[in-house]
Design a protein around this ligand. Structure first.
Ligand code: ADP
Ligand code: MG
Length: 354
């Protein structure tokens, strides 16, 4: 569906996109995941024909975005990071305008405008000024304009940024629905977000593609960076003998510390940290050794970026990735399935608020 080959973009001397190559197949939801400044928006702007590339090729269903832009662009609906909304229009007027610009006319135009209004659930605000809509509704109008012309591919740049938790859930649900009919590519700097929505994830850091995998596998990658450390009242030999009885523990470092203690660090295990802490405690108790100061370090996306980009002989500049945000988001993700009807409830609230 989409082929990107050796894409490179310089802004002056600065290389924002560095030799990116990947393929996007039809009918899936893809996520571009990367810290701020990774090059996600630049890549999307090039893929949608809004920005020129320094080097490389982008083909949409065989059409070169630079050489046959009209044919290629017809296949894409794009919601840029800053949605191009006209604040003094109503969603209905704005969508008609965009539809006309995309070459729709008459009955076809009317039908499609109605259809995207229905799809994005903005019927109740279609006659209000866009400037008076909440951020969540503005984002829906932005998605609605991307859907006009029934493009095969929908590209959404950070579609949930700046939304409140309920709006985030609603937009995620909407994106999942779009994924049933379209190929969707979205960008995000939040791991749990792409885990919640995407079937395939491309991790981009410093303009480079550092991983392209399914979310489950990225989760494994994260787990591989988890670590547990503790001190035990034992000799090195005694501690190592106990460690070797725990099946899940393969890799450790063990050093003699002060006062007859050993300091142990365990990495690269593939089970839940708490579960492993429990196994370690029980094993040491069975060997009649006391454990002191046990802590577990749960890896976050930042650690994975550092690990992945270190392989490129580089250190990651992780921008504004925040662990707090990650944790918060994860909890929310688990609720997503149960809040299918949240949309209707909040629509009502938004309505009275505006
Ligand atoms: P992301 O969307 O992943 O946050 P961007 O594609 O917006 O990243 O930006 C990638 C890098 O390119 C950043 O370091 C950014 O500062 C730089 N950049 C983006 N747009 C421009 C521009 N118009 N001129 C110069 N530098 C830019
Ligand atoms: Mg961006």
């Amino acid at each position: 569906m989409i082929t990107v080959e050796h894409l490179t973009k310089y802004y002056g001397d600065f290389m924002a996109v560095d030799d990116l190559s990947f393929e996007i197949d039809e009918g899936h939801v893809y996520g571009f995941l990367g810290p701020n400044g990774a090059g996600k928006s630049t890549t999307m702007n090039i893929m949608t024909g809004c920005l020129s590339a320094t080097e490389g090729v982008v083909k949409i269903n065989g059409y070169d975005i630079f050489e046959e832009p009209e044919n290629a662009k017809r296949l894409i609906g794009y919601l840029p990071e800053q949605p191009p909304l006209y604040m003094n229009e109503t969603p209905e007027e704005y969508l008609k305008f965009v539809g006309e610009a995309k070459g729709l006319k008459g009955k076809e135009l009317k039908c499609q405008v109605e259809e995207v209004i229905e799809q994005t659930k903005i019927g109740n605000v279609k006659k209000r000024l866009i400037s008076n809509l909440s951020k969540g509704y503005k984002q829906r109008v932005g998605i609605a304009q991307a859907l006009l012309g029934s493009p095969k591919v929908i590209i959404l740049d950070e579609p949930t940024v700046g939304l409140d938790p309920i709006q985030i859930i609603e937009i995620r649900d909407l994106i999942k629905q779009l994924g049933e009919k379209h190929t969707v590519i979205l960008s995000s700097h939040i791991l749990s977000e792409v885990q919640a929505i995407c079937e395939k994830v491309l991790i981009i850091a410093k303009g480079k593609l550092v991983a392209f995998d399914e979310p489950e596998n990225l989760e494994k990658l994260l787990m591989a960076s988890n670590a547990i450390s503790f001190k035990a009242e034992a000799t090195k030999e005694e501690a190592e003998e106990i460690l070797s009885t725990i099946e899940e523990v393969q890799e450790w470092t063990c050093d003699e510390a002060e006062d007859g203690l050993v300091r142990i660090e365990i990495k690269g295990y593939e089970i839940d940290s708490r579960e492993l802490c429990r196994k370690i405690s029980l094993a040491f108790a069975k060997g009649e050794k006391v454990i002191l100061e046990m802590t577990s370090h749960k890896a976050n996306l930042e650690d994975v970026f550092i690990e992945l980009t270190e392989d490129n002989g580089d250190t990651a500049e992780t921008g504004e990735m925040e662990e707090a945000e990650e944790t918060e988001e994860t909890e929310e993700t688990e609720e997503t399935e149960e809040t299918e009807n949240a949309g209707e409830v909040t629509n009502g609230e938004e309505d009275s608020e505006e």
